[in-house]
Design a protein around this ligand. Structure first.
Ligand code: ZN
Ligand code: ZN
Length: 256
């Protein structure tokens, strides 16, 4: 399984992450924060499946641009997966013929059907997406949010999405076969613990206590580090002295 945290910034060299999209095997995207901004036009139309973990803009911002840019080269629909909350919010607030065209009603150029389709995902119900088995697990964030367990024949990888202190995801991740890595939200430094609690994100110290729940020795990649606080979060993660933890590199492809 190949996993890449896509860059957030134009120019793409920056390691600052203000948006979230993970691209798996060049074909399946977790979240649409940067997808439509980070990929070159020739790679856009390979992405046919996007799993949206929650409605927040840093996870959905580039979806309209992605669909519009991929449109001319698509020969089949793009499927957007999300909880009922995600699907209804994207229909109501984004693809509503005001903010952006309703691409559910716009046929592909080859006439083979609508440009986008929505699929509702349910907590704990494993679904097959382009060679991957994906299990959504609810996590603790300010809006309904799914962490994801993603498995293929070679490896399993967990994605917390945005979360504060949570239990079920760690428990489920501890049980899955062949777990190699987890990408985990460490948005804020320890001194912003109140902001972290209010906005429901983790800090380095909270990550340390969360990892006690993960009964596995795997790679732990910190993501979603707020650009303003990045240096401090990285410094504090280093002080944890935990060899499992590293900072996910934007643009790098990890393979298991
Ligand atoms: Zn969020
Ligand atoms: Zn976020």
């Amino acid at each position: 399984m190949r996993v890449r945290l896509l860059p957030s910034m134009a120019g793409r060299e920056s390691q600052l992450q203000c948006l979230t999209s993970f691209l798996i095997n060049d074909r399946v995207s977790i979240d649409g924060g940067s997808l439509g901004f980070a990929l070159d036009p020739e790679h856009l139309s390979a992405v046919r499946n996007i799993i949206v973990t929650h409605t927040h803009s840093d996870h959905t911002a580039s979806l309209p641009i992605f669909i519009a840019e991929a449109f001319v080269s698509l020969d089949g629909p793009v499927t957007i997966y999300g909880s009922t909350e995600v699907v209804s919010a994207l229909r109501e607030y984004v693809f509503n013929d005001k903010i952006w065209p309703n691409f559910e009603n716009i046929p592909l150029m080859n006439g083979s059907g609508p440009t986008i389709k929505f699929e509702v995902i349910e907590a704990r119900k494993k679904i097959k997406i382009d060679g991957l088995a994906v299990t959504p697990i609810p996590v603790n964030h300010v809006v309904p949010t799914m962490g994801l367990l993603v498995e293929d024949v070679h490896a399993s990888v967990a994605f917390t999405s945005d979360t504060y202190v949570t239990d079920e995801l760690w428990k489920a991740a501890s049980k899955i076969r062949n777990l190699k890595a987890v990408f985990v939200d460490v948005s804020f430094p320890d001194e912003l613990y109140k902001l972290a609690a209010d906005s429901k994100h983790l800090t380095p110290r909270l990550l340390e206590s969360e990892l006690v729940k993960l009964k596995r020795e795997i790679s732990v990649f910190a993501v979603h580090i707020k650009p303003t606080n990045r240096n401090e979060v990285i410094r504090q993660l280093g002080l944890l002295n935990n060899p499992m933890i590293s900072i996910a590199e934007l643009g790098r492809e990890y393979e298991w």
